[in-house]
Design a binder for this molecule. Structure first.
Ligand code: GLA
Length: 389
């Protein structure tokens, strides 16, 4: 397969000024906690979105993508939410959000390629935003801090594209370090790097794309946000992050809101527990129990997402069950829910049997075969050196 530089050459002629890669993300712990001001623990994947870009002398953004038919030509002047639809709304939204934040963006040609499976819940949209954000700011010679760039990319998604997501995905793509997970406090936006290197402990993180499509624009995600906000109001706190004692959620009269709040409060605690385990392991000769302990937290998180937050889906439940029965240390659905991927922590020797067990379970249900990806904690978005990609 030819690379994004060739795509650029065939569509626009000549060579790009640069190529930028923004990774997708997996999330070890902390789901539906970001928009509750809570904690998340994502890591960047090796897979991502690449943008080959060159400056233009006018105020046009000209876009093409290997994955999407047809391109788009967008006038930067007069850009406003609702003016651009489809995949082009993500890079256009980034240009709009940058300009709204006072950064003047140049016209540019952008060729986009991706090796992230779309719809697998691995944040291909955030990766697209972040690749465009880096390309546009660096082409313009603008120095924008990574934290601010994440906030700008999120604004593009929330206000321009109209998807009410939190800050996790863009932060993961822009702030992660290889061999680490990122502990992000979504209230203060403080972040720190947590050593996380499963292969060193003879373990693997397996991403299981269940091939059930997830669609954040669909109403359930927004409904969960509204339920969490309502629960916080009833408990008299600005957000569910302020509740640290799970017993407090018992004060909610509505059992549904009680379950929603219980998920958020316990998942915040699971993030902190996972961080404590990983930090203890990296501080000295790691306690034997680190990875089994992380595995138990993953499985508890799945039950909480399935039963309390009610965002799991049948193929995720089946994948988790089959993976655990075949020797995984733990597994859970990942991301917003209702489709996408499952993350399983597996002792390296058990990887083959876990794949077989999950594939077998899907075959028995006559579901499309799952796709497996090795999730390796990787580096954040960056400009790629010259050469093929
Ligand atoms: C999606 C959103 C994130 C986060 C997760 C759930 O991935 O984009 O902001 O809310 O769902 O944890």
């Amino acid at each position: 397969m030819t690379g994004v530089r060739e795509l650029f050459g065939s569509r626009f002629g000549g060579a790009p000024d640069g190529v930028w890669l923004a990774p997708g993300r997996a999330n070890l712990m902390g789901e539906h906690t970001d928009y509750n001001d809570g904690y998340v623990l994502p890591f960047a994947l090796a897979q991502g979105v690449t943008a080959a870009a060159a400056r233009r002398n006018d105020r046009r953004l000209v876009l093409c993508s290997r994955q999407e038919p047809g391109g788009a030509e967008i006038e930067l002047d007069g850009l406003a939410p609702g003016r651009v639809t489809g995949w082009a709304a993500y890079p256009a939204g980034v240009a709009w959000a940058l300009e709204s934040a006072g950064y003047r963006v140049p016209g540019a040609c952008l060729a986009i390629d991706s090796d992230l499976p779309a719809g697998a819940g691995l944040s291909s949209s955030a990766a697209l935003e972040c690749a465009a954000a880096l390309a546009l700011t660096e082409l313009a010679g603008l120095a924008v801090g990574r934290g601010e760039l994440a906030a700008i990319a999120r604004r593009a998604e929330n206000e321009f594209v109209g998807v009410p997501s939190g800050i996790m995905d863009q932060s993961a793509s822009l702030l992660c370090r290889s061999g680490h997970a990122l502990l992000l406090d979504c209230r203060s936006l403080d972040s720190s790097q947590v050593p996380f290197d499963p292969p060193a402990a003879r373990s693997r993180l397996l991403l299981i794309n269940t091939r059930a499509r997830h669609e954040l624009t669909a109403g359930e995600y927004g409904r969960r946000r509204a339920e969490c906000e309502q629960a916080a109001r009833l408990l008299g706190v600005p957000s569910l992050r302020y509740v640290t004692d799970v017993a407090e959620t018992g004060r909610l009269p509505d059992p549904l809101l009680r379950r929603r709040a219980r998920h958020v409060v316990t998942d915040n605690q699971r993030v902190l527990d996972a961080v404590a385990l990983l930090r203890a392991a990296s501080a000295g000769p790691g306690p034997e129990d680190t990875y089994p302990g992380i595995g138990r937290l993953l499985t508890q998180a799945h039950l909480s997402l399935r039963d309390d937050f009610e965002v799991s889906w049948p193929a995720a439940d089946a994948a988790v069950e089959a993976a655990l029965a075949a020797g995984a240390l733990g597994a859970r659905m990942m991301g917003g829910g209702f489709g996408g991927s499952v993350l399983a922590l597996v002792p390296a020797p058990a990887c083959g049997q876990v794949r077989e067990a999950v594939t077998g379970a899907f075959t028995r249900q006559a579901w499309a075969a799952p796709e497996f990806l090795d999730a390796v904690p990787s580096a954040s978005a960056r400009r790629l050196p010259p050469g093929p990609r």
